[in-house]
Design a protein around this ligand. Structure first.
Ligand code: ADP
Ligand code: MG
Length: 234
């Protein structure tokens, strides 16, 4: 069964007298454990689309199911709870909390949204720290590690709640090419290890080749789908 089913979704922003149609009727399905990228220039609708999939906003028209849930009918509280149990987020500017250590940053979502006992928290922390190769950096603060390491921490933080889906909006925009490539490779490795679906957006042609399923967005429309195989759907 598909993890995400979008049918003819449209998104309008109303700014005073002006309506901006950011998404113009997109339909697609994404299977569990896929490694998917939406690529397109600035303004093509990538952030808008990821915000809809992440239940941070709702489509103006169309239907959208995420993890077997019709997300259109969730209220704010239900959306927040749904996100907390099902979705991890990775951001362009890492969004680590400066006064918390690497360990504490990764632990944060478990304390905030999931009622996980201390022993289980420690177990999960150790698992994801090890998986992203940051165990020996766990007591450092964000300003003591590199950009690439910060994004590793963010990947671990996104995974610690055992989500079905991780969304990453231009996760490599603030990284040099070599580091960007390594972060995408790490995400793919995490997909292999945890069978979590990863969806990332980018306008960087140098990393899109890493996606197994590549959707091209142009001016709010899906212009193409390229399937490169890989381990995603078996
Ligand atoms: P991308 O992430 O690919 O750069 P966005 O999803 O941010 O694209 O934007 C798609 C379109 O929607 C653009 O034309 C943008 O100006 C417009 N847009 C995005 N957010 C808003 C908003 N909150 N209000 C009005 N227009 C918006
Ligand atoms: Mg964007």
């Amino acid at each position: 069964m598909s993890l995400i089913v979008a049918e003819n979704i449209q998104k309008d922003y109303f700014a005073g007298e002006v309506t901006v149609r950011a998404l113009k009727g997109l339909s697609f399905e994404i299977e569990p454990a896929s490694f998917v990228s939406f690529v397109g220039p600035s303004g093509s609708g990538k952030t808008t689309l990821l915000n809809l999939i992440g239940c941070l906003d709702k489509p103006t028209e169309g239907t959208l199911k995420v993890v077997n849930t019709d997300v259109l009918h969730l209220d704010r509280k239900q959306s927040a709870s749904f996100r907390g149990s099902n979705i991890g987020f990775i951001f362009q500017d890492f969004n680590l909390i400066p006064v918390l250590t690497v360990y504490e940053n990764i632990e944060y979502p478990l304390l905030m949204v999931q009622n996980v006992p201390a022993s289980e928290r420690r177990k999960r922390l150790n698992t994801v720290l090890e998986a992203v190769g940051m165990t020996d950096q766990k007591d450092k603060y964000p300003d003591q590690i590199s950009g690439g390491q910060k994004q590793r921490v963010a990947v671990a933080r996104a995974l610690v709640t055992n989500p079905k889906l991780v969304l990453a909006d231009e996760p490599t925009a603030n990284l040099d090419h070599k580091t960007a490539y390594m972060v995408i490779e790490l995400m793919k490795k995490m997909r292999d290890e945890f069978r979590t679906t990863f969806i990332f957006s980018t306008h960087d042609q140098k990393i899109v080749g890493e996606a197994e399923i590549l959707y091209t967005l142009e001016d709010g429309e899906l212009k193409g789908k390229e399937v490169k195989g890989g381990g995603g759907n078996g």
